[in-house]
Design a binder for this molecule. Structure first.
Ligand SMILES: Nc1nc2c(ncn2[C@@H]2O[C@H](COP(=O)(O)OP(=O)(O)OP(=O)(O)O)[C@@H](O)[C@H]2O)c(=O)[nH]1
Ligand SMILES: [Mg+2]
Length: 402
């Protein structure tokens, strides 16, 4: 197993959380964490980021130990990466973005996911390609040998540019096809609820709890990459529940960009459940999620959900959250009721009475109707249903009871 040693710059109070995440990222990448050196940064050294004294300390500390990769838990320019590597006897040095991209590369399962990750990797790499040869290959590799391989890196920038263009085109195609599916879904009048939030907060566990979907839930960062949708029924109303990729602080924008189209189903939802983790810094998780979503143009209604609440007795500080435990099944009914309430404000439950002579007219606008029961009487059809308020329009005259 590849061993990874962390250099953690200490810039502000947030560095403890960032460091914990780095350890989780290393483990999620299938590597072994083997220690950390902290460095308080007063002034960034442009050549090596860290001071030469600190680098010498790390070099001595690790001397004699083979095959240790250095993770710099921040962002490095290509020349800084190379200079640090040189100061550390030519060890492999990666930064946080490279590691995150690497995990995504290892996780991508669908054809589209693979293209998206490759695009993100190449977009990160492209402006960083200045030289050729050995230096270049040291820049490219992450954990293990995934990612754009060395041979590919050794080809010139133009070649990579062409590949980026090709991937962008190809992904646009998939996007167009998805747009069609979304349209079709609107026609079927499926209301969509999206699970979004920080990584590892329990979105997939909640998906399984609500739908019995059997999707992968795992104590790892970015366990879910490809979005999954499952049907969920609440009080006779059908919903589509969508599970999505999680977010993280400093998520490479290349990656967010590349995943934008897959996140579309979440961005266009009728209601988002923003899942946070009571065991973590839920404020930071919520803020990070909102920032990422807003950066993508998200403007849908949402509910704040606090998961992993099984041991919390006093819920007063979390009054704006729906507190649940997806794993232990706590307050799931409360969450369902909250979801249903949101929709009740936007939808009307009623019985329609449609004379047989109007059957054709009714079916022309029945898209807006979620039928629960239908009876054929002497004068016409009676339909128990739910209608989206915004689309009641022509159906108004058929409403018998509400
Ligand atoms: N204690 C506790 N753990 C939970 C709860 N819900 C989920 N977990 C655990 O949290 C970990 C992450 O769960 P996932 O459902 O995979 O989280 P996710 O948000 O889908 O994560 P990504 O797909 O990686 O973004 C797993 O080990 C779950 O068993 C809960 O209510 N309480
Ligand atoms: Mg998941």
């Amino acid at each position: 197993m590849e061993k990874v040693y962390v250099i953690q710059p200490r810039l502000d109070d947030n560095c403890r959380v960032l460091h914990e995440e780095a350890v989780a990222l290393i483990e999620s990448a299938g590597a072994e964490y083997c220690g950390t050196t902290y460095q308080t940064i007063k002034k960034v050294n442009p050549a090596t980021y860290l001071g030469s004294g600190k680098l010498e300390h790390v070099r001595t500390l690790l001397s004699g130990l083979e095959d240790i990769t250095i993770l710099f838990n921040g962002s490095l320019s290509p020349s800084q990466t190379l200079n640090i590597s040189s100061a550390l006897d030519g060890r492999k040095v990666i930064d946080r973005t490279t590691l995150i991209l690497d995990i995504f590369a290892g996780r991508a399962a669908s054809a589209e996911g693979k293209l998206q990750v490759e695009l993100a990797q190449l977009r990160y790499l492209y402006p960083r390609l200045k030289g050729k040869g050995e230096a270049l290959s040291r820049l490219g590799g992450g954990i293990g040998s995934r990612g754009p391989g060395e041979t590919q890196l050794e080809t010139d920038r133009r070649h990579i540019r062409a590949r980026i263009n090709y991937l962008e085109e190809k992904l646009k195609d998939t996007e167009r096809r998805r747009a069609l599916t979304v349209k079709r879904r609107e026609k079927r009048n499926m209301r969509t609820v999206a699970l979004v939030g920080y990584t590892n907060t329990g979105k997939s566990t909640l998906m399984n709890r609500l739908t019995g979907a059997g999707v992968l839930e795992k104590d790892a960062l970015f366990a879910t990459l490809d979005p999954t949708a499952r049907k969920m029924r609440l009080n006779g109303m059908d919903f589509l529940l969508v599970d999505t990729v999680g977010f993280l602080q400093d998520l490479p924008h290349e990656l967010v960009e590349a995943f934008k189209s897959t996140l579309e189903s979440a961005l266009n939802c009728d209601l988002a459940l923003i899942v946070c983790d009571a065991a973590g810094d839920h404020d930071m998780q919520f803020k990070t999620t909102m920032q990422t979503l807003e950066g993508l143009g998200f403007d849908r209604p949402y509910l704040k959900v606090l998961n992993k609440c099984e041991d919390l007795e006093d819920l007063t500080p979390y009054s704006d959250f729906v507190c649940i435990s997806a794993k232990y099944g706590k307050n799931i009914d409360g969450l369902k009721a909250a979801i249903y309430r949101e929709f009740q404000e936007k939808f009307t439950d009623c019985t329609l009475c449609v004379p047989y002579k109007d059957m054709a007219e009714y079916s022309a606008c029945s898209d807006a109707v979620a039928e629960r029961a239908r009876r054929y009487g002497a004068d016409g059809m009676e339909i128990d249903c739910t209608i989206e308020n915004a689309r009641v329009g022509k159906l108004k005259k058929y409403i018998k009871r509400t």
